[in-house]
Design a protein around this ligand. Structure first.
Ligand SMILES: CC(=O)N[C@H](C=O)[C@@H](O)[C@H](O)[C@H](O)CO
Ligand SMILES: CC(=O)C(=O)O
Length: 303
């Protein structure tokens, strides 16, 4: 199977709520149109950035449907279907398969600390439930589970496993997973703050939580890497990191900040769902500075 359609910049899709905090079909469509106009490679729907952990299975199915309705045929669609129980994960997986998603992905099981055998079984049960390709999601800082090269090798027993989205901080993990999987796998860079490092260590693309706030910058960084312009790519990464660090230092959650940035960029997708905190105090002023920094970086770097 050609993995080309997974190469490049794949923004994590945000939760789009109406003014009452319910999933909004209309606003989901607006975020989809915005991303489609930016020419990103694909979207990763219903992951951390999609606030999946705070949504019911019915809501998550609706989000998968609305995103596919807007974007099917326009870009690569990846559905995150990880849920606390295997049963719910399979229900989401089957739904995504019916909708024509290009691939599935899931975090490991959360809450109980389970042995590798249970984690492998969880992923394999989802993989077996549909014919779709599958991308393992390694994000130890939120799940408490660190994927090892040995477990990754076991998962590769299924031909459907096409890669791993690696959000652990060591770029070494990216290189190790690529080394285990070789040409049959794609490794996606997770930490947006080290996109350039991840690409250099073997990631062919990235799936990121901040991409949609500034897709132009990540698309440009990716092109600079393709052209071998490492110094320029690294300078752009540094400008991106100033923006991400500012987004992470708000009173409200980073996602509340990103949603405000998007509002300033013409897309209103509502607020964040509790217990995530909305903006407060002087966050409004900080957002203005962040938007100005994004515009400046676009002017400085995007050719
Ligand atoms: C821990 C976490 O949520 N990681 C995301 C996914 O890999 C990243 O894309 C971050 O949102 C991003 O790097 C900002 O810290
Ligand atoms: C990449 C990311 O932030 C997500 O899982 O949605």
């Amino acid at each position: 199977m050609s993995l080309q359609k997974f190469h490049g910049i794949i923004p994590a899709f945000y939760a789009c709520y109406d003014n009452d905090g319910n999933i909004s079909k209309d606003r989901t469509g607006q975020l989809a149109s915005y991303l489609s106009a930016k020419n990103v490679q694909g979207v990763y729907v219903g992951g951390s950035s999609g606030e999946c952990i705070y949504q019911s299975i019915e809501e998550r199915k609706a989000v998968l449907s609305y995103a596919a309705e807007s974007l099917k045929g326009k870009m690569t669609l990846i559905a995150h279907v990880g849920a606390p129980s295997t049963r719910d994960s399979i229900e989401l997986a089957k739904h995504a398969a019916e909708l024509g998603y290009d691939a599935l992905s899931a975090i490991p099981p959360i809450y109980f600390k389970l042995p590798d055998s249970a984690v492998i079984r969880y992923w394999n049960d989802i993989i077996d439930a549909t014919p779709l390709p599958f991308i393992i999601y390694n994000i130890p800082q939120t799940t408490g589970y660190q994927l090892t090269p040995a477990v990754f090798r076991k998962l590769l027993a299924s031909d459907k496993v096409i890669g791993v989205k690696n959000s652990s901080m060591p770029a070494l993990d990216i290189e190790r997973f690529k080394s285990v999987g070789g040409d049959r796998v794609i490794v996606f860079n997770g930490p947006d703050e080290q996109f350039v490092a991840g690409r250099i260590m073997g990631a062919q693309g990235g799936i990121g939580g901040t991409y949609a706030a500034m897709p132009e910058l990540f698309l440009e960084a990716n092109v600079l890497l393709q052209e071998g312009k490492l110094e320029e790519a690294t300078r752009l990464q540094s400008a991106i990191n100033d923006i991400i660090i500012a987004l992470c230092s708000l009173n409200g959650s980073m996602y509340a900040g990103i949603k405000e940035v998007l509002r300033a960029r013409g897309v209103d997708i509502g607020g964040v769902r509790a217990p995530l905190e909305n903006l407060s105090g002087n966050d409004g002023e900080k957002i203005q500075l962040i938007v100005a920094s994004i515009n400046k970086a676009i002017a400085d770097f995007v050719r």
